[in-house]
Design a protein. Structure first.
Length: 438
């Protein structure tokens, strides 16, 4: 069944209407990474052009003819844009999709995020899917707001950090003063700030940057200024802030599920979330280095986290949501399982898992460790491919190990890579080589 892949990451439903230049850029460039979902005869609706060499390499690696894949771009596409609902529903885009799909009747719509606009386009094209009614009422937004997550998670008994939802600087002050005594730290989260960009950690002591936030701030509690923080973290379109006690993590991980169209729940994957300190010691945030699948949780910890997460996913299913859903959690240094947030959309591990299944088989996690590695230095995708081939590191289908460059960021001079290895030690050794040899 051919699919219409809608690359609408970074939209206002995910990150609010007040997107920063960085968010706009990441939202657009994520389309390149998500092109690895492509299969023969697919149609991709993308906010940015897909480089021809990338699509050719994807086809060669995943063994399909990339010339059968059509990429549809909005008119007058500019760099650093995202595919919003207004653009997606434009007469030009809808008519071009219609002309392309008219010869077949078995198309499936696959968006990153099931927005109201996606559901309306599905109706116009005559591709109805279960979950569209929920999307028409903007139901998936319930699964992508930190405040709603606390409300929904509490209803199904997920273990959460102590916290509350605030809508004014006075409420923020009361929450911070109440919660800071639990661990000496609190985290303040903008309701719709994706990727940690709306999060700030307040610490009563000096601290290196901590995971989960754009900044870790030393605070003298008696002189804490809630008005200044409120002004700093909120945006014109979002005046809701979540305050939670902050717990140091021993393990940071996610679990991903898919609620299929007929309502069955499929467990997809789980992985470690990995971060590192910047070489620039003035940097206020940790750098996200990538994901490692499967997670290295013990069987007991994995089973416990899965049981809790599945209850939340079942609740989302009953609400009417259909699609991918991923849930972030930690085991704290004192052994507590705490869930942080959920996202009803493609997650960071979705592409990684999809590639691994297609190249290694559905049970790859029993025999392989698969990891994404960001910020590998290279001038271009072609340069990276040639270099890895010359070094004998490029993935080959015979040995089923090696490195796959996923996408290049030519502005930064880096590529993101996928590493496939037989065990965790071999994977991390290969990652180290990637980060030091180019």
């Amino acid at each position: 069944m051919p699919r219409i892949l809608i690359m609408n990451a970074g939209n206002a439903q995910m990150s609010g209407a007040d997107l920063t230049a960085t968010q706009l850029s990441l939202g657009a460039k994520s389309a390149w990474r998500s092109t690895w979902f492509a299969q023969e005869d697919d149609l991709i609706v993308s906010p940015v052009a897909i480089p021809a060499d990338l699509l050719h390499y994807i086809g060669a690696t995943l063994n399909f003819d990339p010339s059968t894949v059509m990429v549809l771009l909005p008119e007058k596409t500019q760099e650093n844009t995202v595919l919003d609902d207004v653009t997606l529903q434009s007469n030009t885009i809808v008519e071009r999709i219609r002309r392309h799909i008219v010869q077949r009747a078995d198309w499936k719509l696959c968006p990153c995020y099931s927005t109201e606009g996606v559901a309306r386009v599905a109706a116009i094209l005559g591709i109805p899917q279960n979950g569209d009614d929920f999307a028409l009422q903007r139901g998936p937004d319930l699964l992508n707001r930190k405040g709603h997550f606390r409300q929904l998670a509490t209803s199904v008994g997920l273990p959460l950090p102590s916290g509350c939802v605030t809508t004014s600087s006075d409420e923020l002050l009361r929450a911070v003063n109440s919660l800071r005594f639990e661990t000496g730290m609190v985290i303040v989260k903008l309701d719709n700030g994706a990727g940690g960009v709306g999060n700030i950690i307040l610490n009563g002591n000096d601290s290196v940057p901590l995971p989960g936030a754009r900044e870790t701030r030393r605070v003298l509690w008696p002189s804490f200024d809630p008005d200044a923080l409120w002004s700093d973290i909120t945006t014109p379109s979002c005046k809701t802030v979540i305050v939670e006690s902050y717990h140091l993590a021993r393990s940071m991980f996610y679990l991903e599920f898919e609620i299929e169209e007929k309502g069955s729940i499929a467990y997809v994957n789980s992985g470690n979330i990995r971060l590192r300190r910047s070489e620039d010691r003035s940097e206020k945030a940790l750098i996200w280095t990538g994901l490692e699948l499967p997670s290295d949780l013990s069987n007991e910890h994995c089973s416990t986290a899965y049981a809790h997460a599945h209850r939340f996913v079942e609740f989302a299913r009953m609400l009417g949501y259909r699609g991918m859903i991923n849930i972030d959690a930690i085991f704290s240094i004192d052994g507590k399982l705490l869930f942080n947030e959920a996202n009803g959309r493609w997650g960071g591990g979705s592409v990684v898992h999809s590639i691994a299944v297609r190249l290694l088989g559905p049970d790859y996690s029993n025999s392989y460790v698969v990891s994404s590695v960001r910020d590998v230095r290279s001038r271009s995708l072609r340069t990276a491919i040639d270099y890895f081939a010359n070094e004998g590191l490029l993935f080959d289908s015979t040995h089923k190990e090696g490195v796959i460059p996923l996408a290049a960021d030519q502005e930064a001079g880096t590529v993101e890579c996928l590493v496939m290895a037989r065990d965790r030690l071999a994977s991390r050794n290969l990652e180290h080589r990637l980060l030091t040899m180019l």
